[in-house]
Design a binder for this molecule. Structure first.
Ligand code: AMP
Ligand code: MG
Length: 426
């Protein structure tokens, strides 16, 4: 009778709230060390040094318009056009009272000039159309001294602290770094995340269809989430539900900052991820008071030659795996990356469907959030089974029914974690 049944070892399963589980996990992680990277590879990473400018930007006074560089005081009479300067040139002539230099946007202001008059405020067009002398130019309006001149250091001053250590690099900061001339910059390095899927039933996308098996989706949703949140996924494949396979595969996950496994952490006959993890490390098995994603494993894998690696064992059901990733793995990655905000941005939305909580667990219901008359509304994506991955694919939020509330009724406000909003929003 028992030949198929794995010896059921019993692991003390602590019942934990989501907050307790998260706190215990975060406690394990530290900010990773900094490294120098080409600026374009640092999008979303945290700056590991203060950036101080060693130059003025702009480096010299230059023109904000295409027009004429002049002295504001001397525009009553027509000015002699004595030269031309475009962006990237150095002016070869100086402006004196009664003279003008034709100047293009971004070109350095010639010595002596204090203002720029745009073409449209001069008689240049009329002169050209009526075949007049183009060596002279008249200004049609009064010119304020300094107008259309961008002074040196207007954006950034030499010696100025431009970007603080701890800043998350967005395209705008990367632009600023480029404008300061930095090709490389010091950032907290990206965590390497080893990803291991487990199960005899799994085959890889691309394998020929077999109705008795299922394609490995967890390996891919988790790897994609790792990329999305700034980590470097290292997929180590599929371990089968036997000790040899699992031990061999676990070894491949040891050169990483965290190993994430999926499945095999509940109480089925073949759930031997538990046994293997237990015999190779200090691993806790938790029942987290949440739905989906109740079973969760967390701890460190020890190996005599390598440094211990934290392991997060996600549940196998595809929705559970990714919801648990969002709640527990994402914050761990962020902490390693030097970020200080870990929580998903949340909003309050009016529920259009009820959310039931039958067993004192916090429910994360997959919803579609829409704004109607300036108020957010959330409706379920359909059946909420943790095996139904399209319930996640169709969602843009996770609406929460608290563990101590048996129901969130339609019409009530619920807190909703927005799946696609960046953490920096709130
Ligand atoms: P388990 O925890 O091993 O009992 O797995 C729970 C459920 O998740 C089972 O229906 C598995 O077939 C499914 N499952 C496990 N791993 C994966 C995976 N990598 N991709 C998709 N489904 C999975
Ligand atoms: Mg399994």
């Amino acid at each position: 009778l028992n030949q198929y049944s794995h010896s059921h070892r019993h692991y003390g399963e602590a019942m934990l709230t989501v907050e307790d589980a998260l706190a215990r996990i975060l406690n394990f992680f530290h900010v990773l060390e900094p490294e120098c990277k080409p600026i374009l590879e640092t999008l979303g990473q945290v700056l590991a040094e203060d950036v101080v400018s060693v130059q003025d930007i702009p480096s010299m006074a230059n023109s904000a318009m295409d027009g004429y560089a002049i002295q504001a005081e001397s525009v009553k009479a027509a000015s002699h056009v004595i030269g031309y300067v475009s962006a990237g040139d150095s002016p070869k002539v100086n402006v004196s009272p009664g003279t003008a230099v034709r100047i293009m946007t971004g070109a350095p202001l010639p010595m002596g000039a204090d203002s720029v008059v745009p073409f449209e405020d001069t008689d240049e067009l009329i002169r050209r159309e009526t075949n007049q002398d183009m060596s002279k130019i008249s200004v049609k309006l009064k010119v304020d001294r300094g107008s259309d001149v961008r002074p040196a250091g207007q954006d950034i001053k030499n010696g100025q602290l431009v970007l603080k250590k701890g800043t998350i690099l967005r395209p705008y900061e990367i632009g600023v770094l480029a404008s300061l001339g930095h090709a490389q910059i010091k950032v907290i390095r990206r965590p390497i995340v080893a990803i291991l899927s487990t199960g005899n039933e799994l085959m890889e996308p691309g394998d020929p269809y077999d109705s008795s098996k299922i394609y490995n989706s967890n390996g891919f949703s988790v790897a994609a989430a790792v990329i999305r949140y700034g980590g470097l996924p290292k997929s180590i494949g599929i371990a089968r539900d036997n000790l040899d396979s699992m031990e061999a595969m676990l070894c491949k996950g040891l050169e990483s900052d965290i190993l994430i496994t999926s499945a095999g952490v509940s109480n089925g006959d073949y759930d031997m991820v538990k046994d293997v993890l237990s015999s190779h490390g200090n691993i806790d098995f938790w029942s987290v008071k949440m739905r989906p994603a109740k079973p969760l494993a967390f701890g460190v894998l020890r190996n005599h030659c390598e440094t211990p690696v934290p392991v997060l064992g996600l549940p196998g059901n595809p929705v559970s795996a990714i919801v648990a990733f969002e709640q527990f793995a994402r914050p761990a990655l962020f902490k390693m990356m030097g970020k200080t905000k870990y929580s998903k941005p949340t909003i309050r939305a009016i529920l259009e469907d009820p959310i039931y909580n039958t067993d004192n667990r916090r429910v994360y219901a997959r919803v579609i959030v829409e704004k109607k008359n300036e108020v957010y509304h959330a409706r379920l994506t359909g059946h909420q089974g943790s095996n139904l991955l399209t319930s996640m694919a169709n969602a843009n939020g996770l609406a929460i029914c608290p563990e101590d509330q048996p129901i969130k009724k339609a019409g009530e406000f619920a807190e909703v974690q927005m799946l696609d909003w960046p953490e920096e929003v709130f």
